[in-house]
Every structure is written in C-alpha cells, then in structure tokens.
Design a protein around this ligand. Sequence first.
Ligand SMILES: *Cc1c(COP(=O)(O)O)cnc(C)c1O
Length: 369
Amino acid sequence: MDRDNILLTPGPLTTTLRTKLAMLKDWGSWDADFNAITARVRHELLDILHAQDTHVVVPLQGSGTFSVEAAVSTVVPRDGHLLVLDNGAYCKRMGKLATMMGRKTTIATRTEDAPVDTGEVERLLLADPSITHVGLIHCETGTGVVNPLKAISDLCARLGKGLIVDAMSSFAALPIDARELRFDALIAASGKCLEGVPGMGFVFLRKDLLTQCADNSHSLAMDLCDQHYYMERTGQWRFTPPTHVVVALAEAMQQFKEEGGQTARLARYEDNLRTLVDGMAALGFNTFLDPQYLSPIIVTFRAPAHPAYDFKQFYASAKAQGFMLYPGKLTEVETFRVGCIGAIGRKEMQQAVNAVARTLNEMGIASAA
Ligand SMILES: *Cc1c(COP(=O)(O)O)cnc(C)c1O
C-alpha cells in the first residue's frame, strides 16, 4: 500500500498530508514568526469554544494527561477536595493523578456501561460539603460513553462547586459552548478531534479564577498560571515548545475551518460511526454500550465468543490490510475498540469493515455473534 496505515485509534490518529507536510521546517522558539502562530492557535481555540469573553487558553507541552494533571494542580487549592466521577479508565486516571499530587480526592465509581448520574452526584455533593471541585470526563474514551456535561455544569453552578472537564476526546467534535456552561477548566489536546499530531495539550481556564490560582501548583512545569502570565508577557512558551506540533496544529485548524468547523466535523464522524456500526453488525458484532449511548468518537465492540478468536491475531491481520485497531480497556468483558475520529471518512470505514470481514474469514469465524 502506498498510504500509511489508517489509525482507528483515538489519538494519535490519521492526519492529512497537508498537516504532515507542515512539519517539514524548523522554527526558532523565540522568533516572531513562530510566536505569531502560537498566538493565532490560542485565539482560534477560544473561538471554537465561544470563550473569548470568559476564558483564557493555556497550551502545555506533553501528552493530554500532562494537561489534565496541570489543570488539577493549578485549579484545585492544596486544601481543596476533588470529587472525580468515575465510569471508566480516563476517570480513574484523573482520580489517581489528583491523589498522587496530594489533593484530597473522592472517587465515585459507577458501572462503565452508562453515563454518570447527575442525581447521584448531587447527593454526594450535599452529603459532603468539604468537596470544592468536581472532575468530569466528557467522553470517556475507555468505552466511548458521553457524560452529561450540561447537567453536571448546571449542578456545580447551583451548588457553588468548581468544575474541571476533561474534554480531550470530544473537543471540536461534540458541541461545547462556554456561553452556556460554567466550568473552571476544560482540557483538550492537539492530537484528537482537531486532527493535529500529538505532543501538546491546552487548558481553558476561567478568567476570574486566574488571580486565585497563582499559588496552587506544587509543580513548576505544571503551573498553568505561570505558563499563562509568561506567555502573555513575552508571547513565548515558558520552556522549549513542541514547535513542529504547534505548526501542524495550526495547519490542522485551518482545515477544520475549511471543512465547516465543529458541526461539519461531527457530521463526518457520525457518518463514520454509522458506517462502522452497521457494517460490523452485519458481521455479527455487538457493541458493548447500548445503541443510545454510542458516540461518534470511539466504539467498543464485544469480542466474538468463538474459540478461534484471539485479539493479537485479529489485530495483526487487520494491520496487514492497513488498519490499526485498538485493544479494549475493560477488565470483565473481552472487547476491542475502533475509533471514528481522524482524517478518515466513509470510504475508509467501509474498507476497515471489509478488512475485519476478511480477518474473521481467515480465523475461521463464520459470525462474530
Ligand atoms: C486521550 C485522552 C487523554 C490523554 O491521554 P494521553 O495518552 O496522555 O494523550 C485524557 N483523557 C481522555 C478522555 C482522552 O481521550
């Protein structure tokens, strides 16, 4: 094949040739040309969230988790208390990093097959007034389930609690509007639905919080206030920026605009979801989530019950045909995941389904049911 393997994974994901080509140049981190690109990226990120009036956006080097850790460390005071709503692997990760940095953390675990329940969250908040902040994963990428951002945001506003949203896998695809939501921090990254390459995250911080947050962080590199004030003062990143990642993101965001922004991207991903789920259903595959909870980000499928099924072999055969699948993240049921995001469309999804059909055939599995 003369094209790269198609990544059916939720980051890194398949990028366009234009985005890849944007990285064929070296940039000085102190140079005005590069600083202008950083400034443009920041401005346009705020536009996507409709947050020019309410929030600033602070980019941070590293994978997405670095930005989640930085957001918690910057927003939650050292004597604060974070309630993490847990219905999957990324929720657990937020709970773990908050615990490790010494913030008092309560983890409210529920099953992974449904969204978190707003009524249950309200009861927990009323039962323990020491809780100062709530941590929510918008789309829990471990399964693909979408949690009720608007309802949790309204609840936190009503009860006077801070809210930290990990919108890593949903930002720029699912609608999120800062004019209709109240949150302290919202986190996303370059290598997800904006279809850039991995290497930087960014955190939207509520403007009126900035002065209160200056002394919260236990870590120099993770201190988003310091990163923000330095960038405002100098136009530069505080420490070496991921220059190629930033210019690739700028190029990817230009294509995002040309495509028609968030609504057009969502429409393409929804089409990917339908093509995938219909095609896989015809092969006998069942989704882990009830159809009402499926999201156009990533889909978790139950592995075939057939004795000949083996994920390693399944993966290797799909890869040999040019498609990279993703292992499941659940402990109690055997699953695998297929991403709907990235610079791919109906044709690639249909080809992926065909590759899965050939793989089943090779493995001697007549139906995945
Ligand atoms: C991708 C992702 C992250 C970040 O993961 P990294 O491996 O650090 O990039 C965090 N939360 C969610 C929901 C994600 O999908």
